[in-house]
Design a protein around this ligand. Structure first.
Ligand SMILES: NC(=O)c1ccc[n+]([C@@H]2O[C@H](COP(=O)([O-])OP(=O)(O)OC[C@H]3O[C@@H](n4cnc5c(N)ncnc54)[C@H](OP(=O)(O)O)[C@@H]3O)[C@@H](O)[C@H]2O)c1
Length: 350
């Protein structure tokens, strides 16, 4: 199969390219600057166990009209859309341009190619109470005041939610074969613990390491649902090729410990004392309104939405994964590896 991947250079994208090429698929990566990005990506894919020879690139940009594609593409069997601006404090216009308009341009390309779109959204789309609180109407043709959602949720999360809802609408209006994958916060590789420094879990470990996380956000019931990057990449690869793949797959390990348990485990692996006391989220959010504090604490108010008490129904996804021999690895083991990887990175920095 020939599969186009957007966001191929990103943390998840690299693992998806490695998995797909190791399964003998040909991957075309949509890159903003193929001349400089492709050689590095090939090297990374080789290190991750993929086949660099099965990877080529095409120049494209989610911010440009029709993705800025300059020539015809080969016939595609599927498109995996991972590309996104992933950052806190994103301005609405910027987030919308890349994450919403870019996603719709990718959906249009899948329609033109008459190929499957494997669209990567996020697990918050299954937190229906949260969506209602933000004022999002998920019904087909529903009306949502998007600018106020951006104010409440911040640019990144709001644009991911808007993109998913608009792309679903596009798929309803056009004959588009789409599988939506909804990942939880991504943890490191299940065997090696690799995790990019920009990833939220890496930041949490860094905050624990530097003593900036003196209290546990939320309560004993709060958690940050996780999924390991290689398991997610395998699920995405399966969604590209399986004609029977369900229309939506929630990629979330229901056995992720509570946030307190997670921090305790990571603190032990770091050789630090774990925080013991809880700070209610509204209080923490209030504190983070003080100028300069988010940077000082390396914690942004919009990131707090992902720490929650909601439990998710993962039965359909878990059954599908089991049917295909995919299982979530032991979370504690993955967390230990992530911490070891973090310590190696910090030692290298010094
Ligand atoms: N990581 C998580 O915990 C998590 C959880 C749920 C969902 N997701 C979703 O999964 C996807 C991938 O996440 P990630 O963690 O792998 O992100 P990442 O490491 O930040 O990678 C983002 C990717 O998007 C590309 N990109 C950004 N702007 C672009 C543009 N204008 N045109 C073309 N490509 C552009 C980047 O390319 P450059 O190298 O050129 O910058 C990079 O390859 C995102 O859609 C994210 O919302 C992530």
């Amino acid at each position: 199969m020939t599969i186009l991947v957007t966001g191929a250079t990103g943390f998840i994208g690299r693992h998806v390219c490695a998995t797909l090429t190791s399964q003998q698929h040909h991957v075309v990566a949509l890159l903003r600057d193929p001349t400089t990005q492709l050689p590095t990506l090939k090297q990374q894919i080789r290190q991750l166990g993929g086949d660099e020879h099965a990877l080529s690139a095409v120049k494209g940009d989610l911010d440009e009209t029709s993705l800025g594609l300059q020539g015809p593409l080969p016939a595609l069997s599927a498109i995996v859309h991972l590309g996104a601006r992933f950052a806190w404090q994103l301005a609405m216009a910027e987030a919308r341009r890349t994450n919403v308009a870019g996603s719709l341009a990718v959906a249009e390309l899948a329609r033109q190619q008459q190929c499957r779109l494997v669209f990567i959204s996020g697990f918050m789309l299954e937190n229906h109470a949260h969506l209602a609180r933000l004022g999002i109407d998920t019904q087909p043709g529903g009306k949502t005041e998007w600018p106020s959602v951006y104010t409440r949720a911040g640019g990144y999360e709001a644009s991911k939610l808007e993109a998913a809802i608009r792309v679903r609408e596009f798929a309803r209006q056009h004959p588009l074969d789409m599988v939506e994958i909804q990942p939880a916060t991504v943890s490191g590789h299940s065997q090696r613990g690799e995790l990019d420094p920009q990833q939220p879990l890496y930041q949490l470990i860094a905050n624990l390491h530097t003593g900036r996380l003196a209290m546990i956000p939320g309560s004993q019931c709060h958690w940050l649902p996780l999924v390991c990057v290689d398991g997610l990449a395998e699920l995405i690869a399966l969604a590209c090729v399986d004609p029977q793949a369900p229309a939506r797959l929630l990629a979330l390990d229901p056995n992720t410990p509570s946030l307190g348990g997670l921090l305790q485990h990571c603190a032990a692996a770091l050789g630090r004392k774990p925080p013991r006391h809880y700070m209610p989220i509204p209080l923490l959010r209030g504190l983070l309104r003080l100028p300069g504090l988010p940077r000082l604490m390396n914690t942004w108010p919009e990131a707090l939405h992902f720490i929650q008490t909601t439990r998710f129904d993962t039965r359909a996804s878990s059954d599908y994964m089991k049917q295909h021999g995919l299982v979530h690895p032991d979370t504690d083991g993955v967390l230990t590896l992530c911490v070891q990887h973090f310590l190696c990175c910090t030692q290298r920095e010094h």
